[in-house]
Design a protein around this ligand. Structure first.
Ligand SMILES: Nc1nc2c(c(=O)[nH]1)N[C@H]1C(S)=C(S)[C@@H](COP(=O)(O)OP(=O)(O)OC[C@H]3O[C@@H](n4cnc5c(=O)[nH]c(N)nc54)[C@H](O)[C@@H]3O)O[C@H]1N2
Ligand SMILES: Nc1nc2c(c(=O)[nH]1)N[C@H]1C(S)=C(S)[C@@H](COP(=O)(O)OP(=O)(O)OC[C@H]3O[C@@H](n4cnc5c(=O)[nH]c(N)nc54)[C@H](O)[C@@H]3O)O[C@H]1N2
Ligand code: SF4
Ligand SMILES: [Mo]
Length: 755
């Protein structure tokens, strides 16, 4: 669409439709440009999923695009510490430097000497979603880390054991449920996670408007809690106990659904026996939730026409994260709410393949980390142990690090220690648009194109969405690949360097390998294009760029696809191009047993490893309380982990990085609203502004993560002016959820005193 040019420029006005890549909600944006300028960004009212919804971050793709601190050219650090200077170099020079520095390290110390960390935006990124694997393969190191172990790894492990694949994750059927029990999630601020639902608040309000009920379990009376029918305050880290007591009640009161098919669900009796010690009375003091309330919640879920039990950060990033995640699905399954309309359901994404209903299942611990012996989970070790691996000498010590879209110096527990460890590395390369607390330690920074310069497709979040939808966005401002290589090209070139093919090798080699893997599956016996050659299929692709071609191959060979002509009515890449506001594939439908990948072909309700973790939960109930406060985190809608505090419109106004303290605690400790408090944990100390509020449970304090932008050597001027303090200077890297390796970011013992 174009209109008459303005007086000051001959450029035409154009409208682009694009999915916002900043969080999991996947809102559709309508972006108006004039030449190289963004005129306006607003919600796309015609988007099939978000219908015009947008949070305050969505429009800041404009500010991110023009941010003078955003890196546009590769940077090489010369010198150390305070004397370091940064030189802007060309892309060939940057890759040559990486080859020169990294290959000798690999030769001398082996592949495990180089670690890789993948940060959160990796999953919001089509190029990375498809090419990260090529980098991992080329690197060949066991030292793989990601934001998953400060986030949702417990959910992968619980779903892996129950359904056979760590990516088979049920989501609440928000738009049809009549009862939602939500634990440790605050979608009014976060816009939802492991549950892609643009305008999550609106969808919650709709549950209540149609006569349903929303109950929020959280130590804080959050905006989500205030807008619910009921808020149940809970002591941090005890959701697993609460949920097992609900399961206890289901058995004790004969509320387990009579309709559970014994051929489909295995382990009901084992669960009944295992939860025996977790009566509501037994857990009431530990959780801070009365036995009557626990029983009532169990009865309400069982009695509801349909019910979904949904847990997130507050249930995952705790000492019993995996058990808590398992227990949410136990309550759902035992009340007959798994895989039914309005319950917890399994999405079927456009790129998904239909399953066989059986598989090899999911295992962890195929290797263990060198220093602390943590089991591998999804080929990763806990990010909490990366500092151990860097700082402990010996065979296999980590001496170099590659980060992609991550800021572990602010997002990982005991980040003060990790930050110090990063400074000791022999070599570090970061693919990142900013020089921040992590990337300041890099030897080479490779900046990716910004969101408006790249295409987008939500490979990950469509598999977690409350409606089956798909939306492809072409770049708004295409860039000259010589000036600014695409993100997948950066990954491909790095992969070529790591595999010894050289800094000047043609990245098209990697494109071919990645594409062949997907098409190879289709042409195999039993594949949708059995009998044809991959070259033949490549010839039929409409897309011309690497990731798009792979995406096209996935779509055409996927559950809705045209099978390269086998089903002429099936979806193609062209179908997506023809639907700039998204392709609506309809509400979620039942998928059991086809979605299962367990060897038994059943839903495993009682995985042995989870039952074996229950004594640890019982022991926690007997631990004496020592009078310290318990630290939890929080999010604000104008933040996004650690990296959007350089956007002026998001950080201006009232200070948001405050320590929230209950009035009783404030009075006891002599803290006053607006004063400053020193917060001390086992590993660190910060001084933060105090906010006295009865929204937080007494005995609990809250500090948001992702702040602390006052480190020397960064180059984010706005963030530095709104530095805040780093909550992860306080979180501990020692205690983990042993089943998933996830860090304990909520429920950290601290002492607080006036500063
Ligand atoms: N605006 C904004 N949006 C974001 C992000 C952001 O940083 N800012 N980050 C994105 C990312 S990466 C993610 S993973 C998602 C996370 O999405 P959510 O899981 O919704 O994240 P939070 O808002 O942190 O909500 C966690 C809630 O758990 C509560 N809590 C803490 N400990 C406990 C506990 O032991 N039990 C219970 N029941 N509750 C507890 C906290 O008080 C908080 O209200 O948000 C995403 N969206
Ligand atoms: N205490 C506490 N700690 C937490 C949490 C908590 O609730 N409490 N939440 C945890 C959670 S859920 C998460 S997901 C992690 C997040 O932690 P991380 O993933 O480590 O970090 P982010 O803060 O998301 O920073 C993202 C980085 O990616 C860069 N980046 C942004 N866009 C792009 C892009 O398109 N390409 C590339 N290559 N880089 C890009 C940014 O500049 C930044 O350096 O934090 C965790 N840490
Ligand atoms: S809710 Fe998430 S996807 Fe939607 S506009 Fe905000 S940041 Fe973007
Ligand atoms: Mo996250």
């Amino acid at each position: 669409m174009t209109d008459t040019a303005g007086a000051d420029t001959a450029a035409a006005t154009e409208t682009h439709f694009r999915t916002c890549p900043l969080c999991e909600a996947t809102c559709g944006l309508e972006i108006t440009t004039r030449g190289a300028e963004v005129v306006r960004i607003r919600g796309d009212r015609d988007d099939v999923f978000s219908h015009g919804f947008l949070c305050p971050k969505g429009s800041t793709l404009k500010q991110l695009h023009t941010d003078p601190d955003r890196l546009r050219r590769p940077q090489i650090r010369r010198g150390e510490g305070a004397d370091a200077t940064w030189e802007e170099v060309g892309w060939d020079e940057a890759f040559a430097e990486i080859e020169r520095r990294l290959l000798p390290l690999l030769d001398e110390h082996g592949r495990d000497a180089v670690a890789l960390y993948l940060g959160n935006p990796t999953v919001h990124n089509l190029g990375a979603g498809i090419y990260a694997r090529a980098l991992i393969t080329a690197l060949g190191s066991r030292n793989l880390y990601s934001a998953s172990t400060v986030d949702q790894m417990p959910r992968h492990v619980s779903c892996g054991a129950m359904y056979g694949s760590p990516d088979t994750i049920p989501v609440p059927d928000l738009d049809r449920t009549s009862y939602l029990l939500m634990l440790g999630a605050n979608p009014y601020e976060s816009n939802g996670s492991l549950c892609t639902a643009p305008d999550f608040p609106g969808r919650l309000e709709a549950i209540r408007a149609r006569g349903g009920r929303v109950v929020v379990v959280d130590p804080r009376r959050t905006r989500t809690a205030k807008n619910a029918d009921e808020h149940v305050p809970i002591r941090p880290g005890t959701d697993g106990h609460l949920l097992l007591a609900m399961v206890h009640t289901l058995f004790a009161e004969d509320l387990v659904s009579a309709g559970l098919d014994p051929a489909l669900y295995s382990g009901v009796d084992a669960v009944r026996d295992a939860v025996e010690p977790f009566s509501p009375e037994a857990v009431a003091d530990h959780t801070g939730v009365g036995a009557d309330t626990i029983r009532r919640l169990a009865r309400e879920v069982a009695a509801a026409e349909s019910a979904a039990v949904y847990g997130r950060i507050g249930t995952n990033t705790v000492a019993f994260g995996t058990v808590a995640s398992w227990a949410t699905d136990l309550v759902t399954a035992l009340t007959g709410n798994l895989d039914r309309d309005g319950g917890m359901m399994f999405p079927l994404a456009l790129t998904a393949a239909r399953g066989a209903g059986k598989g090899r299942g999911f295992t962890t611990g195929r290797s263990t980390s060198r220093v602390k012996g943590h089991p591998e989970v999804r080929s990763e070790y806990p990010i909490a142990t990366l500092a151990d691996e860097i700082q402990t000498a010996g065979e296999g010590q980590v001496r170099a690090l590659i980060t992609f879209a991550g800021n572990p110096a602010r997002s990982a527990p005991n980040s003060g220690r990790l930050d110090a460890a990063l400074a000791t590395l022999d070599f570090m390369v970061c693919i990142d648009p900013y020089r921040n607390e992590t990337t300041r330690h890099a030897d080479v920074i490779l900046p990716p194109p910004d969101a408006l310069q790249k295409s987008h497709y939500d490979l990950a979040f469509n598999t977690l969405a409350v409606r089956n939808v798909a939306n492809y966005s072409p770049p708004v401002f295409p860039v000259d690949p010589a000036e600014q290589p695409a993100e997948h090209t950066i990954l491909a070139r790095l992969a070529l360097v790591l595999s010894g093919m050289g800094a000047t090798a043609d990245p098209a080699v990697i494109d071919g390998l990645v594409l062949d893997r997907v098409l190879g599956r289709a042409t195999k016996p039993g594949g949708v294009a059995e009998g044809r050659t991959t070259a033949d299929l490549v010839g039929e692709l409409v897309a011309d760029d690497g990731p798009e071609q792979v995406l096209e191959a996935m779509i055409r060979t996927g559950a809705y696809g045209d099978g390269f002509g086998a089903d002429p009515d099936g979806v193609t890449f062209q179908t997506l191009i023809d639907h700039p506001h998204g392709l609506d594939l309809g509400p979620l439908g039942p998928r059991l047993p086809e979605v299962l990948k367990t060897p038994s072909g059943q839903v495993e309700l009682a995985p042995a490893a989870f039952l074996a973790d229950l004594p640890r939960m019982l022991a926690a109930m007997d631990e004496p309380r020592d009078g310290r406060l318990t630290l939890i985190g929080r999010r604000h809608v104008r933040s996004n982990n650690s990296w959007m505090h350089n956007v002026d419109v998001l950080v201006k106004g009232k200070e948001r990085c405050t320590l929230q303290v209950h009035p009783d605690d404030a009075a006891r400790l002599g803290l006053r609203d607006g004063g400053r408090a020193e917060v001390v944990s086992r590993v660190g100390q910060v001084v933060a502004p105090v906010e006295v509020t009865d929204e937080i449970l007494a005995g609990v304090v809250s500090l948001p993560h992702g702040w602390g932008h006052d480190a020397p050597g960064t180059a984010m001027a706005v963030a530095e002016a709104h530095a805040g303090v780093n909550a992860n200077a306080l979180t501990d890297d020692a205690p983990l959820d042993p089943l998933s390796g996830n860090a304990v970011l909520n429920g950290v013992p601290v002492t607080v005193a006036p500063a």
